[in-house]
Ligand binder design. Sequence first.
Ligand code: NDP
Length: 256
Amino acid sequence: MRDALFDISGQTALVTGSSRGLGYALARGLARHGAKVILHGRTLESVEASAERIREETGAEVAATAFDVTDAAATEAALEKLIESHGTPDIVVNNAGLQKRAPISEFAVEDWNAVIGTNLNSVFHVSRVLSRHMAERRSGKIVNIGSVQSKLARETIAPYSASKGGVVMLTQGMAADLARHNIQVNCISPGYFKTDMNTALWQDETFNQWVEKRTPAQRWGDVDELIGALIFLGSPASNFVSGQNIFVDGGMTAVV
Ligand code: NDP
């Protein structure tokens, strides 16, 4: 008998912010493990192009959708439409995110709103709609993407840290509300991975060396190293796990 513990084949997974970066790698990882994947970003054309790449590589069923996660009404309308075409996703990864850097006294109000809107409000906008449908079905896996900044602050990114700390507490609060409906809500908090979001960091040799020194594994993460935690949290293996946060950070948050 095949062990179904970590089996996600045939499951439908929506990954927000998967046109590129970590979201793309997470969606590709789910597709490689047999899930039907729905890619997402703000521009349908670029999401479609990314979907085609995953289709070609994995042969998986990959759909594309585009909406702005900071807009509650647009998000709700797009998700309801998506459910009509693809059914309620079994796995939802709230990954879309944004970074803006400046010392707090110089931080623009509009940038604060953009960071909180993209990183934290988005999780609420997506989850409030999908959890209703998941509750009707009595099953669902919601995986939110935090950060090492969910736990540790760093200069010039206080709003990002606030948003990611909020994601962890929103995860716990959603777990409290949704466990009774057989919906598990958990968080994956990545360490440092080279993507568009932090180009300025990995192109800076001083920062590069800081990451390598500060991380017990002495290196940046490889995007595919996030897949294992996601398969665990998206599969029956985690059916009694909820409200938890798994750091995938090469040991960074375990040490000073
Ligand atoms: P990228 O900048 O590479 O990608 C961001 C993704 O989010 C894109 O797909 C983008 O879509 C989407 N997005 C941004 N704003 C919106 C919006 N308003 N509506 C819809 N989609 C949006 O970021 P990363 O891949 O690096 O980050 C992904 C997640 O991982 C974020 O939550 C980030 O905070 C987190 N993270 C990243 C780390 C890293 O080292 N890279 C470390 C820890 C956490 P579009 O193509 O339309 O712009």
